[in-house]
Design a protein around this ligand. Structure first.
Ligand SMILES: [Zn+2]
Length: 205
């Protein structure tokens, strides 16, 4: 499995391609707002996107999901945030954006193991930024969406956000054994060990 990264849309969401190099199939984590850029990457990598995994339903992360679903990809999101793909809690209207509403193909819950393109993805529910936010664990990589950033954490002032819940979610990640590469939903990559030491938003020892 190989990981490719691109930054998409005005809010610079990190989208990730997880590629099975034996089958040239790809999973996209957070499809972002720039459909052209995602399709260009699909073509550049010479892969076929078979699934879209969403860390949460906010428009800047989920903006392309309907178009990619129409192209044949299966869309996965938590049971809780799936509802936000169909209502204004995806925040598109608050930010003056259009959003193609969609019904997810699959929903997941905490602890679920997804096996897509022969890639095993463990779901760790990490609510707080939204009540249905998820982190995906793939090998030694964590895709944290808007839960955990480099020396920071996600906003909790949007609808269904909760700061105390977010802090508990980050502690849940910190309590994982060993180190992980952390691929967040915005900004720079980090590692779990770096965040355990330097993230001042969450007291941890
Ligand atoms: Zn968000």
């Amino acid at each position: 499995m190989k990981i490719y990264h691109l930054s998409t849309g005005p809010l610079r969401v990190n989208s990730y391609f997880l590629v099975n190099e034996n089958t040239n199939e790809a999973i996209v984590i957070d499809s972002g707002e720039n459909y052209k850029k995602i399709k260009q990457t699909e073509s550049d990598l010479n892969v076929k996107i078979v699934a879209v995994l969403l860390t949460h339903a906010h428009f800047d992360h989920a903006g392309n999901a309907k178009k990619l679903q129409d192209d044949g990809a299966a869309v996965y999101i938590s049971k809780i945030d799936a509802k936000k793909l169909l209502n204004e809690q995806n925040l598109a209207s608050d930010f003056g954006r259009t959003f193609d509403y969609l019904t997810a193909d699959h929903t997941f819950s905490d602890g679920d193991i997804l096996n897509i393109c022969d890639i095993e993805i463990k779901v760790i529910m990490t609510p707080g930024h939204t009540d249905g936010s998820a982190t995906f664990c793939v090998g030694n990589a964590l895709f944290t969406g808007d839960t955990l950033f480099l020396e920071s954490v996600g906003r909790t002032d949007f609808i269904t956000g909760d700061k105390q819940v977010l802090v508990e979610s980050v502690k849940k990640l910190f309590a994982l054994d060993g180190d992980y590469s952390v691929y967040p939903g915005h900004e720079e990559f980090t590692t779990l060990e770096h965040e355990r030491k330097y993230n001042t938003f969450v007291d941890y020892d």
